[in-house]
Design a binder for this molecule. Sequence first.
Ligand SMILES: [Zn+2]
Length: 108
Amino acid sequence: MFCKNCGKEISDNAYVCPNCGVKVENDANEKNPLAEKRTNPLAIVGFVLAFLIPIAGLICSIIGKKQCAERNEGGAGLALAGLIISIVEMCIVLLYIIIVVAVVGALV
Ligand SMILES: [Zn+2]
C-alpha cells in the first residue's frame, strides 16, 4: 500500500508511515478483531464507586456510559451495572432513612 500523505510505499501492516509519521488509514488496523477495545476508565471507576459512594458512582457511570458510546469504547455494560447498583443502593439508603425517621418520629 501507499501512504495517503506522502505517497511512499509502506508495509500493509504499518500503523504509522515510517516516512512521514502520519497515522495510516489501514483497513487491517480498523477491522482487526484481535485489536482490543479500550475500556472506558470512568465506567470502571463508576462501577467501583457504586459500592462505596453511590452518588459518585452514579455520576461516573452516567458519564462513562456516554463516553463509551461517543468514543466507541468498551465498558458500556460495566457502566450500566454501576448505574443500576448506584440507584438500588440509593433506594436502600433512602428507605433506611425513612425507617429511621419514622421510628424516631414514633418514639418522640
Ligand atoms: Zn507518509
